[in-house]
Design a protein around this ligand. Structure first.
Ligand code: MRU
Length: 366
């Protein structure tokens, strides 16, 4: 998508065709800074410390990490070591494992001398496919927005609530939850987006709000607790979130707080949709609550909040007593029964085993 009139993806290769370039998302919205990565360890740090984040982008970044590992040493031991190091970075988004498996499957049968080029080609294919998947999710989700807009008095905006950042920054381009929003905006459909701040890392405030502002989409930042109230007052027409892992029966794991939005949507009859690229489906898992590993991050992310002071300095500040420990589960699981539908690249389906298998018979059977 565009930043100051220039098109960017969230990850790309520098002019030498080897260096992996990303946007340091920890610096947004205050500074737009890119980082060049030439060592696979830097890629692991970038994923673990959330310079990049978002399930699809984590997958694409790890794939390029494997290419850097092959550049250092294309041998079998190196292949396995790179896979293990990158796999250990974050536990919840299944795209990480999916992308690493895809790259390993390509590289393993090859003689080491052929692996470097093949690794870059595989990573680039994963990145390009992500863009196409998200573009298609946008086209499919657009139909939902058009339907709601058609039922409203002319000119009245469709109010969409989203949680965390499932925007282009969380993918290679377009975003998942934001792709229908961007495509509806391009068609001139009046929109208004409620952006959950998404404590503790504030991906909504720092990233989604930055994306919306950058693309001229009317929006308002709200606290994580405001959604239920807005729904009770008829101010939300549609919820669209992303997902970090969705099970074969349609349970949706996403950023902490998503479950509470789904409960409020259910109680208020507000449609709750999840934008789901197929690499985010974990076909090996059924019961999301019982089976998906939930990342527990450092409590300091809860105890401190970072922001820009009046003199322009960006600083973390402590917001709780030194004596108060904090806990920080980073994701939760919304049971399939609370999900109105899943917006995939192949169409929209019910959040059920049958719904998913109907759209992806080739994958469900595997
Ligand atoms: O911890 P993060 O920032 O990696 O979590 C990201 C999310 O929860 C997103 O909503 C997500 O990955 C959905 S799909 C783009």
């Amino acid at each position: 998508m565009n930043v100051d009139g220039k098109h960017y993806r969230s990850i790309w290769l520098a002019e030498d065709g080897r260096t992996v370039r990303i946007i340091d998302q920890t610096r947004l919205p205050h500074a737009f800074v890119t980082v060049d990565m030439v060592e696979p360890e830097t890629v692991a740090t970038a994923i673990r410390d959330m310079w990049v984040r978002g399930a699809p982008l984590i997958g694409a970044t790890a794939a390029y990490g494997m290419a850097l590992q092959m550049q250092r040493d294309p041998g079998d031991d190196s292949l396995h070591a790179g896979y293990d190091m990158l796999m250990a970075t974050r536990p919840t988004a299944v795209n990480l494992r999916w992308a690493l498996d895809e790259v390993r499957q390509v590289l393993s049968p090859l003689p080491p001398a052929d692996r470097l080029e093949a690794a870059y080609a595989a990573a680039t294919r994963i990145a390009d496919e992500d863009v196409e998947i998200n573009r298609q999710i946008g086209a499919n989700g657009l139909a939902l927005i058009e339907e709601i807009a058609a039922a409203k008095p002319a000119g009245e905006p469709v109010n969409i609530l989203t949680h965390c950042n499932a925007g282009w920054l969380a993918t290679v381009d377009w975003g998942t939850a934001t792709s229908p929003i961007y495509q509806a905006a391009e068609r001139g459909i009046p929109l208004h987006v409620w952006v959950d701040e998404t404590r503790p890392r504030n991906q909504g405030a720092y990233l989604t709000a930055w994306e919306m502002a950058g693309h001229g989409i009317p929006h308002a930042l709200i606290t994580d607790n405001a959604g239920g109230h807005l729904m009770q007052h008829g101010l939300v027409d549609l919820v669209i979130t992303g997902t970090d892992r969705t099970t074969a029966r349609g349970d949706v794991c996403n950023k902490i707080g998503t479950y509470l939005k789904a409960l409020a949507a259910h109680d208020n009859g507000v449609p709750f949709y999840v934008a789901l690229p197929s690499p985010t489906i974990d076909w090996n898992v059924q019961d999301g609550v019982a089976e998906i590993p939930i990342e527990e991050r450092n409590g300091d992310e809860v105890s401190y909040i970072s922001g820009k002071g009046p003199d322009g300095t960006v600083l973390p500040v402590r917001i709780s007593p030194e004596a108060s420990p904090a806990r920080n589960p980073a994701f939760d699981v919304t049971p399939a029964r609370l999900v109105t539908g899943l917006i995939t690249e192949r169409g929209i389906c019910a959040a059920t085993a049958e719904g998913l298998a109907g759209l992806f018979p080739d994958r469900a059977a595997a």
